[in-house]
Design a protein around this ligand. Structure first.
Ligand code: 1CP
Length: 366
């Protein structure tokens, strides 16, 4: 988008009808209206991991630049965040970063290895390790403030979603030292050293809160807390050992009035508890139909989801049939944001995503 595409900014706000101001147009967007469970012109759509490896233009700008380095460059962050908005016409942008960026910013020795994910040099196992977790200051992530500012200008009426990792999912990377199937060291700490565990999660809640506040204060219109691996937990353990820390994060950003989204994978049994943590919108993966997910989430919350990302590898009529199932399950819900049940898979055909956005918009136009 160029400056010429944007609505001219009037010199005096008092001359401006409410809806002509960029902030008002964002607030009135289909995405934010759906988050507030208000009537929408069409069901809004965005995709977790929409900015990333499925796009050739993403691979081009990332060539030769490490993932974490690219997260610290406002020019690249801005370009990559805008790419899926330009290409797919999604209803919201998600800030390009990673859940481990705030940990790197406070000096934790970690890297994001291509084809692997976040890898932590010295995994956290003892109380001594907590000393490496200092509070996050806004100056530690000045590049985030800068990039969010540029992005909100460039995006015009399209809302920007900020995000952070939830304490449990961040703890899993710190304690395991990298991606994990069984989260065995993490659970060993949770069951075997409950005081240490609580302190670790509380410190991570503070870091996550600080990171979300930076994004909101710079202009993000909504925030999503990714507890991607919470589905590995039994409900009782989630309630006792994880819910309090995630609740602290949601409470700490409540006063900003921006919608707060809570998402995890394989969390069918936890949807009620994840809703209790305080979000305004709860995301569901594809394992539970959206009407049933909404029942578990409870009243007064919007619902986000939940097409299986693997469906996008099927021929177009099958993708549309499965998207139709999601829309049918959401028909009576007063706040539905269409999304995948987890992130876009790297080998997804980008055209299939563009067509899916068009399909959802056409099918739900009111
Ligand atoms: O080299 C590369 O291109 C790295 C691949 C990559 C990308 C593009 C990683 C490594 N992270 C990201 C960006 C990213 N990460 C975004 C971008 C914005 C968007 O959605 O478009 C977001 C929201 C994340 C968040 C993230 N990182 C989550 C939560 C979401 C989810 O997918 O569950 C998690 C769990 C991570 C950790 C992570 N970072 C990268 C990978 C491959 C992983 C997962 C590793 C694992 O399986 O444990």
């Amino acid at each position: 988008m160029t400056a010429d595409d944007r609505t001219p900014v009037p010199t005096s706000p008092s001359d401006t009808p409410e809806a002509a101001r960029p902030g008002a147009a964002v607030a009135d967007s289909a995405f934010l209206r759906a988050c507030r469970r208000e009537p929408v012109p069409h069901t809004p759509v965005w995709f977790m991991r929409q900015a990333g490896r499925s796009l050739p233009e993403y691979r081009r700008v990332r060539e030769g630049i490490g993932m974490l380095d690219s997260c610290m460059r406002p020019d690249l962050v801005t370009e990559i965040t805008l790419q899926p908005v330009r290409r797919h016409k999604v209803d919201a942008a998600i800030y390009f970063s990673d859940i481990v960026v705030p940990l790197k910013a406070i000096g934790i020795d970690l890297d994001i290895k291509p084809g692997v994910g976040p890898v932590v040099d010295r995994p956290f196992r003892t109380r001594e390790d907590l000393k490496r977790l200092r509070p996050l200051e806004p100056d530690d992530v000045a590049y985030v403030t800068e990039a969010v500012g540029t992005l909100t200008d460039e995006l015009g009426a399209t809302p920007l979603i900020g995000f952070a990792g939830a304490p449990f999912t961040l703890a899993s990377y710190l304690v395991e030292g990298g991606p994990s199937r069984n989260h065995e060291h993490t659970k060993a700490m949770m069951y075997g050293a409950p005081d240490l565990w609580t302190e670790l999660l509380d410190r991570l809640a503070e870091i996550t809160t600080a990171f979300l506040k930076v994004q909101i204060e710079a202009g993000a219109s909504a925030v999503q807390l990714f507890d991607s691996w919470a589905g590995a937990l039994a409900a009782d353990d989630y309630r006792r050992s994880v819910l309090p820390a995630s609740t602290k994060v949601f409470d700490a950003v409540a006063d900003y009035g921006v919608p707060r989204i809570h998402f995890g994978v394989g969390t069918g049994e936890l949807l009620g508890l994840m809703s209790e943590a305080g979000a305004d919108v709860v995301g569901a993966d594809w394992r539970v139909p959206l009407d049933e997910a909404a029942r578990r989430i409870g009243p007064d919350k919007a619902v986000q989801g939940n097409l299986d990302p693997a469906v996008l590898f099927a021929p177009r009529p099958a993708v549309e049939a499965q998207a139709r199932r999601v829309l049918d399950a959401a028909r009576d819900l007063p706040g539905h944001i269409f999304n995948l049940g987890h992130g876009v898979l790297p080998d997804t055909d980008p055209d299939a995503l563009t067509r899916l956005v068009e399909f959802v918009h056409e099918q739900t136009a009111r």
